[in-house]
Design a protein around this ligand. Structure first.
Ligand SMILES: C[S@@+](CC[C@H](N)C(=O)[O-])C[C@H]1O[C@@H](n2cnc3c(N)ncnc32)[C@H](O)[C@@H]1O
Ligand SMILES: [Zn+2]
Length: 283
């Protein structure tokens, strides 16, 4: 009989239990009866039947709902990001054949899944996001990774667990990244460059200051925190299928506070322009 989502998740977690630490007390955890993660102080986190674990230590109200993650998945599936995967996979490939990778702020998980698929070897993939709706979508669509609802500020991972940490268009926590990374591990952070979604921004912010975008401060902070930093830029302008336009508007923070409706004809193409920052953790 085929394994359920929960059973598949339990197998993955059991095989990799060493990457976890209790987010309450920092102690090690065991997998108890394939049902829950339990630490030596008896803090316990149940596997959900959908195949993920909620390891939040406090309740949070997310800005993101299920429809936003569905919109993101459809747009991301349209492969606007394939150049980004190529760069990231190339960097990961240099780390070895069997590697532990954590995607921080993974959302609905499609980026991590595609990266895992393209990796030649065994990429043991973990994704964490504070939004339960994102992790639920990830667990529903992809059973090949360990999906955790959790807060990067109180992450449920043991020190020195990961060969690489991804942080794609998401807030970072460099203190935690350094702690949970292995010595010599890579931090790969993706940030928007000046042309990112520029056609959409032009429609919203024509003639206003907000049209310009700079990531200088983010790059400077990254360079202060990590060694041997290299930056690779990926830029691509693609035709945009009309049905993707409302989804793109919905998934983009710019769209949230706007009254203005965007017609698909106003957005025949869209630009993806990203900086991929790659740094090394030296302990
Ligand atoms: C703009 S979305 C990007 C999601 C995904 N990486 C992508 O590119 O599609 C930012 C994500 O960061 C998550 N996030 C924000 N603060 C977080 C925190 N403290 N811990 C974990 N995830 C967080 C949000 O819930 C959201 O899913
Ligand atoms: Zn504990």
């Amino acid at each position: 009989m085929a394994l359920s989502k929960k059973e598949m998740s339990a197998v993955l977690i059991g095989d990799n239990i060493k990457i976890f630490a209790c987010p309450h007390c920092g102690e090690s955890v065991i997998l108890h009866q394939s049902k829950s993660l339990v630490c030596t102080n008896n803090h316990s986190f149940d596997l959900a039947k959908q195949g993920y674990v909620n390891m939040l230590t406090h309740s949070v109200t997310s800005m993101y709902d299920q429809s936003l993650f569905e919109a993101r998945k459809t747009v991301i599936d349209a492969m606007l990001y394939h150049q980004m995967y190529e760069v990231i996979v190339e960097k990961l490939q240099a780390l070895g054949d069997i590697i532990h990778v954590l995607d921080t702020g993974c959302g609905e998980g499609t980026h991590l899944y595609k990266i895992q698929q393209q990796f030649d070897g065994e990429l043991i993939a973990s994704g964490i996001d504070i939004a339960k709706e994102g992790i639920q979508a990830a667990a529903k669509n992809y059973s090949s990774a360990i999906w955790i609802v959790g807060d990067l500020a109180k992450s449920p991972y043991a020190s020195q667990s990961f060969d690489a940490i991804l942080n794609i268009l998401s807030p970072a926590n460099y203190g935690e990244f350094k702690r949970i990374s292995k010595d010599g591990g890579k931090i790969i952070k993706v940030v928007p460059q000046s042309g990112y979604l520029k056609e959409l921004r032009e429609l919203y912010y024509a003639n206003s200051d907000k049209e310009d975008y700079s990531n200088d401060k983010t790059v400077a902070r990254f360079q202060e925190n990590f060694d041997d930093v290299v930056i690779e830029r990926v830029t691509l302008t693609q035709k945009l299928a009309p049905e993707l336009v409302p989804l793109l508007v919905h998934m983009t923070p710019m769209g949230w506070h706007q009254e203005q409706q965007i017609d698909a004809k106003q957005l025949p193409q869209i630009t993806i322009d990203l900086d991929i920052l790659i740094g090394t953790v030296k302990k």
